[in-house]
Write a new protein. Structure first.
Length: 202
């Protein structure tokens, strides 16, 4: 099934809901993107058959592990942030947007994960894909109290990671810089913990 989101969702944004066989709910945001002067609407494939019994994403089975691409973006203070800055860390790289309800729902868990596992080598990095500029993102980050780096993403960054079709899309990257998991849509904290704990011990 699919439905529009709540009143906080901006026009032009679609929120897709999926129901697993066990009755669990997950959802993911899509938005019209301007690409080269043309407006293209992303298309989502509902992944209900790929959900865990608890109704949460197990990860994208079509995802192929491999080296994370090199990148450089600017943070909310307009300072450069490089992929090399996180060398030797286990990284949760989250593509998100302030207008996306499931993205916002995940952020408290990312804050807690950074607090709990940061000293063990975890680095959560948020890639904000808002098209309204960093001021909107900065206001949200300050309001929520995000305690991890947030950079301003763009279409070039999306393409480096295979083309991001919806938000949230989250990658787990090991200490050797290898992408090992990809999660599509709203994901429970426990799934991220299961993904990062073995990597932090290596």
């Amino acid at each position: 099934m699919n439905a529009r989101a709540d009143a906080g969702v901006q026009p032009g944004i679609r929120v897709f809901f999926g129901i697993s066989a066990a009755g669990g709910l997950w959802y993911r945001c899509m938005k019209k993107l301007k690409l080269g002067g043309m407006v293209a609407t992303s298309v989502v494939v509902l992944l209900g058959a790929l959900l865990l019994a608890e109704g949460q994403p197990e990860g994208n089975p079509a995802f192929k592990p491999g080296p994370a691409p090199d990148w450089q973006l600017k943070d909310l203070q307009d300072k450069p942030v490089r992929w090399a800055d996180f060398k030797g860390k286990v990284v949760i790289l989250d593509f998100w947007a302030t207008w996306c309800p499931p993205c916002r729902a995940e952020i408290p868990d990312f804050i807690d994960l950074q607090k709990q596992f940061g000293s063990q080598g975890l680095a959560v990095v948020g890639v904000a894909m808002d098209q309204d500029g960093p001021a909107v993102v900065k206001k949200f980050v300050e309001k929520v109290g995000i305690n991890y780096p947030v950079v301003i993403g763009d279409e070039a960054m999306s393409k480096k990671f295979g083309g991001i079709e919806g938000f949230p899309t989250t990658f787990v990257i090991d200490r050797q810089g290898r992408m090992v998991r990809q999660f599509l849509g709203l994901t429970e904290r426990g799934e991220f913990e299961k993904a990062i704990k073995p990597l932090l011990k290596r």
